[in-house]
Design a protein around this ligand. Structure first.
Ligand code: ZN
Ligand code: ZN
Length: 492
């Protein structure tokens, strides 16, 4: 038995309580103690040095495979010219096996202002598959070795193009993801697990699959779940309901797309983009979604769909709402991102019981009067986005996430962003910010009886920060992440 002590404990939505220590056994909380046991010889004492213990934080939407994989690969973010790019790839490709990913390439930050040529890539990597991805993930290049391999496996592939966009970009990247060795896939998840623990998370939801008909390496990760430090909640990110059922999944989806992104003007809006006569794209018809979601619902699968613009959110929420009326089930379907919602749409979400899975860091990075959102949508609409507090006050159970690798997997920054929304009316209180990463997040995966609070009987998952979220100081950091009573990350 272990006793975690010398700390403040977040209990009943406050640090003002009489909990002085927590007794754990076999990874669970046995008792919240109001004083240290008189004789401590039977216990292992863990001194938390006066820090602040929160329930283990949960990030409810990540792309951990990509995040973990890229952390092991070649980051071109620092390159200033093509020679830098070539040097980084030459050095980084040495110990990488048969598949080499170079990512974060931005031709706008490169002195020459262009992509390399395929001949230039071939001169550096001749006998391994190399992909160079643009910073936004929406275009890529590959070397001739990879082109030859893709062509011989897939048949038709437009190798004559040097820079792939759209469909060809997706096909090339998925070919890489689908063909890398199992060993490297597992390494990527181990790396992601370390990054999550360091970022203060004991559980992360993660998507596996190509957002089309493949569930990718889902079974491989499922079989290895016990080997990772962090708890992964897996999503078959696919439209393939049969495949999801076959592997025993309880949910389906993730970033399966109802619309695109604001950056590429493909998020589907009711009103046109600022200064452009376009309203974005719905990627599927109403009938398609109705059929897919209804079939999944029928099989008791929780559904998650990427929807950013109000037109896309309405499209998906309408199906959830119809099902809530015709065939009510406690499945907790998800509206992932759920960024643009007026009051009427918020009320419809309340009525459907859907769960907005939201990203406070999006507002931090792109919100504000002069931010990116204001540029593409105009100030007025930009002010009415990512409506955390409005939804929370209506009793909609929103959850928090990073969409890592899109934003950082870091609880300190995530909580900070949730509490300091650019629109003060949408900022969460400390207690609410904690809830969207703990209680609500555990509830999303039907784990409210397992984790998400410091309560007797729940898992001993703790995140220790060096500050009280209600009165943060200047140096804010994660000092420890404890999973089922084990200290898995420590910077005390
Ligand atoms: Zn995502
Ligand atoms: Zn998405």
């Amino acid at each position: 038995m272990k006793v975690f002590h010398n700390a403040k404990f977040w209990h009943k939505a406050s640090f003002k309580n009489n909990v002085k220590a927590i007794l754990t056994e076999d990874g669970r909380i046995v008792k919240l103690l109001t004083s240290l046991p008189k004789s401590t010889q039977d216990y292992e004492l863990v001194d938390l040095k006066g820090n602040y213990v929160y329930p283990g934080f949960i990030d409810t939407h990540t792309h951990s495979f990509e995040g973990g994989l890229y952390s092991l690969m070649i980051d071109l973010g620092g390159a200033r010219n093509l020679q830098d790019v070539f040097d980084l790839i030459a050095e980084g490709s040495q110990d990488k096996g048969k598949f080499v990913f170079a990512w974060n390439f931005d031709e706008l930050k490169i002195a020459e202002g262009r992509f390399p040529t395929r001949a230039e890539l071939n001169a550096i990597v001749r006998d391994k598959n190399l992909v160079l991805r643009r910073v936004d993930g929406h275009s890529c290049m590959i070397n001739s070795f990879a082109c030859y391999n893709i062509l011989s496996l897939l048949g038709n592939f437009h190798c004559e193009d040097e820079v792939f966009k759209g469909f060809e970009n997706d096909r090339a990247v998925h070919w890489f993801h689908n063909n890398i060795e199992h060993d490297l896939i597992l390494k990527a998840y181990h790396a992601a697990s370390e990054i999550a623990l360091k970022g203060g998370f004991s559980t992360i939801h993660t998507m596996v699959g190509d957002a089309n008909m493949s569930i990718g390496h889902y079974s491989l990760i499922q079989e290895n779940l016990a080997n990772f430090g962090v708890d992964y909640v897996l999503y078959p990110q696919s439209f393939n309901i049969e495949a999801a059922l076959e592997v025993g999944a309880q949910r389906i989806g993730g970033c399966i797309l109802a619309d695109g992104s604001l950056g590429s003007y493909t998020a589907a809006l009711y009103e046109s983009y600022q200064g452009r006569p376009i309203r974005g794209n719905l990627y599927q018809t109403d009938a398609y979604w109705s059929d897919f979601i209804t079939r999944a619902h029928h099989h008791n699968l929780q559904v998650g769909v990427h929807c950013i613009g109000d037109r896309a959110i309405t499209q998906i929420n309408s199906v959830y709402l119809a099902l809530a009326n015709s065939d009510p089930k406690d499945l907790r379907h998800q509206l992932i991102h759920c960024e643009i919602t007026d009051d009427a749409l918020v009320n419809q979400i309340k009525a459907s019981g859907a769960v907005p899975v939201m990203q406070p860091m999006f507002d931090r990075l792109w919100g504000g009067e002069n931010g990116f959102y204001a540029k593409v949508l105009g100030k007025e609409r930009a002010e009415n986005m990512n409506r955390f507090a409005t939804m929370f006050s209506k009793g909609i159970k929103i959850t928090g996430s990073s969409d890592w690798y899109i934003t950082e997997l870091n609880i300190v920054k995530s909580l900070d962003a949730a509490m300091n929304h650019h629109s003060p009316a949408e900022a969460l209180t400390a207690g609410q910010a904690i809830d969207i990463y703990t209680k609500n997040a555990a509830w999303l995966s039907h784990d409210e009886g397992v984790k998400g609070q410091l309560l007797t009987g729940l898992l001993a998952d703790f995140t220790v920060l060096n500050y009280d979220l209600k009165k943060p100081g200047a140096d804010k950091r994660v000092v420890a992440t404890i999973k089922e009573g084990k200290l898995l990350y420590e910077n005390l």
